[in-house]
Write a protein that binds this ligand. Structure first.
Ligand SMILES: Nc1ncnc2c1ncn2[C@@H]1O[C@H](COP(=O)(O)OP(=O)(O)OP(=O)(O)O)[C@@H](O)[C@H]1O
Ligand SMILES: [Mg+2]
Length: 231
């Protein structure tokens, strides 16, 4: 294993914000100078769709992200192939598919579990937490689509374990930026949504200490993505 760098975003509950977090977190990490690879193992292909729009906008090989879309059972091989070349590998996983999610969790160094502040999201979270614990992978539950005026937020937060300090509020820009292939940190670098994502990026990196303390090489991400694609 070359450093701790694989982050799987998992949550059995559909629509919790896995793909949204993958896209914005990935871009925020690229902007920190990290070489980022993303793997989409969700047959819905939402992250793949976002990346395609990004390619149309920036040009193929110039999105700053190395992207693969594949079936969950191939994720272990892909992670081994990518590990030496990237600082962070982000995996977006599907809802409801335990075997696929489990494989993605087993191959990770950190699990991010988005949870919306609702009872059904809270109850659904246990299944994913249990897999992460069984596989002995550290996890971070992240409250997403938070409405700070809701009392439910405090109640749900108290019920959660391994909950992050950072939260993501319910903000249209998280969806709107994705429509155009962007991360929020590109569209409104100093906006509230960007600050929230940057906080989450910092917190996630702290949980990958071996990686966070490493001196990253200055290889430009797009060049790196291109050379790997050609390999
Ligand atoms: N913080 C947020 N603010 C506003 N909208 C959000 C936020 N997070 C997610 N959404 C919206 O919620 C919906 C579901 O988000 P997303 O697709 O990221 O969830 P998911 O967990 O990947 O879903 P699936 O389980 O189907 O893969 C999308 O329409 C997305 O734009
Ligand atoms: Mg998704």
């Amino acid at each position: 294993m070359v450093g701790q760098k694989v982050i799987t975003i998992a949550q059995q509950k559909g629509g919790a914000g896995k793909t949204t977090i993958a896209a914005h977190l990935g871009v925020a990490l690229v902007q920190r100078g990290l070489r980022v690879a993303m793997i989409d193992i969700d047959p819905q292909g939402s992250l793949t769709h976002w990346h395609r729009i990004r390619e149309e906008r920036f040009g193929e090989g110039y999105t700053g992200i190395h992207f693969s879309s594949l079936s969950g059972w191939r994720v272990g091989t892909e992670v081994s192939r990518l590990r030496p070349h990237f600082d962070i590998i982000l995996i977006d996983s599907p809802p409801h598919v335990e075997t696929e999610a489990r494989t993605a969790i087993r191959n990770a160094d950190l699990i991010i579990i988005p949870v919306q502040p609702s009872p059904t999201d809270l109850w659904a979270t246990k299944a994913t937490v249990d897999i992460a614990k069984a596989e002995k992978v550290p996890l971070l539950t992240v409250l997403n689509r938070v409405n700070s005026k809701s009392r439910l937020y405090d109640i749900i937060r108290r019920e959660l374990h391994d909950v992050s300090h950072s939260i993501l509020s319910n903000r249209i820009i998280f969806a709107a930026a994705m429509m155009d292939g962007f991360g929020v940190t590109e569209l409104e670098p100093n906006g509230q949504a960007s600050l929230e994502i940057k906080d989450l990026a910092r917190e996630a990196l702290k949980m990958l200490p071996k990686e966070a303390n490493k001196n990253f090489s200055n290889v430009r991400t797009a060049e790196n993505s291109k050379s790997l694609a050609m390999a």
